[in-house]
Ligand binder design. Structure first.
Ligand code: 5GP
Length: 217
């Protein structure tokens, strides 16, 4: 999936006489909880020129969350069975629950030239960076920063999906996670959703036109 609106001078346009092919890009997005990442990802998912990889988790579903769309909600036993079976490209414990990315979704789409988006924490991103050459070549990692800790607290409280104790855990984890921003290729400080969307889209399009990703068919 190279371009939804091909243009004759577009090096990625399938109708051009010069036909370029490429592997899919693995967009990794991390952010402390409440940084505005979910709003951004939900907006990006409205224009689906990539596959969103639905993670598995042992966390209970929040009101309104849909199994198979937001997460695959598993019990601990099933999650651990899948770890043992090698189903995850990475998994981690975050805020006291298991979260994991299914390997098959990633590799199948990347091989087919389809871009994949994963929303994972900083531990998961670190594991992805240490994966095979093939995965590292596909990687474009983006860190989403909240404008301030005070704003993060305000957003978490406004969301109202966590208890006061859970909010404190998440804020404590957030300041640690934010130290990892410089390990990411891109960092966006969140502001108005429209602006965040433009910035993220700019990153996606620039990554798609990297010469090193293109090969003449
Ligand atoms: P939440 O419970 O708020 O949906 O997510 C909590 C954290 O878990 C977020 O930082 C999110 O990025 C992370 N997360 C979600 N899915 C995965 C995953 O598959 N692997 C890892 N390592 N982290 C994940």
């Amino acid at each position: 999936m190279l371009s939804s609106t091909p243009h004759p001078t577009d090096p990625a346009a399938a109708s051009n006489s010069l036909v370029f092919r490429r592997q899919g890009i693995l967009f990794v997005v991390s952010a402390p909880s409440g940084a505005g990442k979910s709003t951004l990802l939900n907006s990006l998912r409205q224009t689906p020129d990539f596959v969103y990889s639905v993670s598995c988790t042992t966390r209970p579903a929040r009101p309104g969350e849909v199994d198979g769309e937001d997460y695959h909600f598993l019990d601990k036993q099933e999650f651990e069975r899948r770890i043992a079976a090698g189903d995850f490209i990475e998994h981690a414990q975050v805020h006291g629950n298991y979260y994991g990315t299914l390997r098959e979704t990633i590799t199948r789409n990347l091989d087919a030239g389809v871009d994949v988006m994963i929303d994972i924490d900083v531990q998961g991103a670190r594991k992805i960076r240490g994966d095979s050459e093939r995965i590292r070549t596909a990687l474009a990692d983006v860190f989403i920063m909240p404008p301030s800790m005070a704003e993060l607290r305000r957003r978490l409280m406004k969301r109202g999906t966590e208890t006061a104790e859970q909010i404190e855990i998440r804020l404590g984890n957030a300041s640690k996670e934010m130290e990892a921003w410089h390990d990411y290729k891109y960092t966006i400080v969140t502001g108005a959703i429209e602006e965040d969307l433009v910035k993220f889209r700019a990153i996606m399009w620039a990554e798609r036109y990297l010469s090193r990703r293109l090969a003449l068919a």
